[in-house]
Design a protein around this ligand. Structure first.
Ligand code: ME8
Length: 636
């Protein structure tokens, strides 16, 4: 294999257990690794845990256990977490492993030998959360903006790396290599940082204060500063400098990080590599933060605003969580996430657009072609579908190459929607009833199955097991991206299995068990009385947040809701029990007709009415604000 791909995640600190932020970066790395494997790249994917330093030492102390035992325990939790999320890493490095320590010593030796290390006294503001000295400029109201704590003033004897010496060189390198740090916003941030003196970097801690680290090769009274120790993992895991993996993968190394650790990766790491005479990595890919829907801050355990990805995986399935994280965030930018949005994405893209199409085509194949993929005879009406389907892999490849992951997935989902339109336009269920329609029926069903084959391979990096299920349900095997450029590779004559589980069962989500929302059948237009704007203005509509919901005893259709309007709380009874589970409603914003005369329903006084839309089959969907807005807001 000639093409190689090497992707790394940050190695996560073991003072915290795995959370959604870790999961996010790791899922993106896994997506890229799986994508490149399917695209014929010799791929290596590294993750791991960062186990030295003051923060970990303090955490182990706090837990009252030996630091190594503490690290073993939490590191294992990361491994377990990655198993739950179906992460396909090739290696998991721990900085307390001997293979890592040896490389740290070797690289520090090289920098020392180059004359770039000296000893000095240092005084500065240290943030233990960041494990680094912060400059005055980095503080917001005297606090570290990431950890919301004031740093400590410290003075101690440290070894220093002559980082400032490499500033001009690094600035030139980043200017000449526009893709070295991406997206561009972060590249500009680094260039701005390098526009002013960056000083030298303290690379050691006296063992008397921080005993938990790797001893410096030339002074056993000091241990390596945790960031220098940690960054070196990207090379130690490859068996730097002699292993074949190092030679194969290091030249194409791509790091994935969150924006919180830009400076160590974009400034400390390249300058240390340069001083040690080691070539630089190829790309630094910087992701934004995930935030809870109303949060300004990133999610983190210490800030107490965490959504648990493992709980979500249990509830909605691993692939749904992976898909959501990849599809509803813009890589490089901050994104708001929440369970409600996950459910919406699940229902719209996965259960409806993809899952329903698969089950509809399977049902027709089973009923009308003996469960066998027919041999197609294409017509002009099929050309557009075939052209889009075969162009897809190229488009997706180009988008993923530029880390536009959500757009890549959206391009695939657009094709899924095109397949749905084709299905509806060609109406195979009607063709089945027409004695002259058999051949056309076969072609239409074949094309949908073939389209789903292409879709399944392109979705596999995001949803490995559901994508395979799409193929298994159609009797198809695995493919690579090379098999997606020509239409017709699903072999006619393939037998589909008679039974299959529903791909994305709606009931799993605890949400309405509606079928695909379809345009309501056109009814005779009812005679609707026109009203004036004055009439309408009599109706007071307000945004309300559901605080609690429960079933009304003895009434199958009714739910009793407690609504918050900001300035008051209301009880409202609504006929939505068939479509909504009570536990799914709290936190949801709805529109309330606030000045409706109270009415008694089943002994409960209902103080208003919530709005819902109804389709031709009598299914109800709650109406809510398009974006988050203050509770109590008036609707005009
Ligand atoms: O910084 N949104 O480890 P760490 C998105 N050990 N990503 C988030 C996030 C959020 N709310 N919170 C965390 C360290 N992350 C060092 C790294 S590497 C040589 C050493 C992700 O456990 C994001 O990728 O604090 C961030 O960079 C990383 O977790 C920090 O993990």
């Amino acid at each position: 294999m000639s093409k190689a791909f090497y992707v790394t995640t940050p190695i996560y600190y073991v003072n915290d257990v795995p959370h959604i932020g870790h999961a996010y970066t790791t899922v993106i790395a896994d997506f890229l690794a799986r994508f490149h494997r399917l695209d014929g790249f010799d791929t290596y994917f590294l993750t791991g845990t960062d186990e030295h330093g003051e923060k970990i030492y303090q955490a182990a102390h706090g837990a009252g256990i030996d630091p190594q035992q503490f690290c073993d325990r939490i590191s294992q939790r990361f491994r377990d977490a990655w198993q739950v999320l179906d992460i396909s890493h090739d290696d998991f490095i721990r900085t307390t492993e001997e293979r890592h320590k040896a490389v740290v010593r070797r690289i520090l030796e090289a920098v020392h030998a180059a004359g770039d290390i000296y000893y000095d006294e240092y005084e500065g503001l240290y943030c233990v959360g960041c494990e680094r000295f912060l400059t005055d400029k980095e503080l917001v109201n005297g606090q570290c903006p990431d950890h919301l704590r004031a740093p400590e003033r410290r003075r101690e004897g440290n070894y220093f790396f002559r980082m400032e010496k490499y500033r001009d060189w690094l600035r030139g390198y980043i200017r000449d290599n526009p893709d070295f740090v991406r997206p561009t916003g972060y590249r500009n941030e680094v260039l701005a940082l390098l526009g002013e003196p960056i000083g030298d970097l303290s690379i050691s801690r006296p063992k008397g204060r921080v005993p938990w680290g790797i001893e410096l090769p030339w002074d056993a009274e000091h241990v390596a500063y945790v960031w220098v120790d940690a960054l070196i993992n990207y090379t130690s895991a490859l068996g730097f400098p002699d292993d074949a993996r190092y030679r194969a993968y290091w030249p194409v190394a791509q790091h994935l990080i969150g924006k919180d650790i830009l400076k160590p990766h974009a400034v400390f790491w390249p300058t240390v590599l340069k001083a040690a005479g080691v070539p630089l990595y190829q790309h630094l890919n910087v992701g934004g933060f995930l935030k809870g829907h109303d949060d300004e801050q990133k999610m983190s355990k210490s800030l107490g605003n965490v959504i648990d990805p493992f709980e979500m995986a249990e509830k909605y399935g691993t692939d749904a969580v992976r898909y959501y994280l990849l599809k509803d965030t813009v890589y490089g930018q901050d994104s708001s996430i929440g369970e409600q949005f996950l459910v919406e994405r699940y229902n719209a893209d996965l259960a409806n657009d993809l899952g329903n199409l698969l089950s509809r085509v399977r049902a027709l194949l089973t009923r009308h072609t003996d469960g066998v993929l027919p041999s197609p005879s294409q017509q002009e009406a099929d050309e557009e579908l075939i052209a889009t389907g075969t162009a897809l892999v190229g488009q997706v490849r180009s988008l993923v190459g530029r880390l536009r992951i959500f757009e890549a997935l959206e391009t695939v989902m657009q094709f899924v929607r095109q397949l749905n339109r084709y299905f509806n336009d060609e109406a195979p269920w009607k063709l089945a009833k027409d004695p002259d329609g058999r051949e056309r029926l076969g072609t239409v069903l074949y094309n949908i199955a073939e389209g789903l084959r292409i879709v399944s391979v392109l979705l596999e990096p995001a949803m490995p097991s559901k994508a395979r299920q799409v193929r298994t349900d159609l009797g198809l095997e695995d493919y690579t991206f090379a098999d997606l450029e020509a239409w017709g590779q699903a072999a006619p004559g393939t037998k589909i299995p008679p039974e299959a589980d529903i791909l994305f069962p709606k009931s799993e989500t605890g949400k309405p068990k509606r079928q695909t929302p379809q345009t309501p059948p056109k009814k005779e237009a009812p005679q609707v009385e026109q009203i004036s704007i004055e009439d309408f203005s009599k109706v007071q509509l307000r945004v309300a947040e559901v605080k609690a919901a429960e079933k009304v005893e003895g009434a199958d259709r009714l739910l009793k809701l407690t609504l918050d309007l900001g300035d008051e709380t209301r009880t409202v009874v609504g006929g939505i029990a068939q479509w909504y589970q009570p536990e799914d409603l709290p936190g949801r914003k709805v529109i309330l007709v606030a000045n409706l005369k109270p009415a008694k329903l089943r002994g409960i006084v209902s103080e208003g009415m919530i709005l819902a839309a109804e389709d031709g089959d009598g299914n109800l969907v709650l109406v809510g604000p398009d974006q988050d807005i203050a509770t109590g807001a008036e609707v005009h």
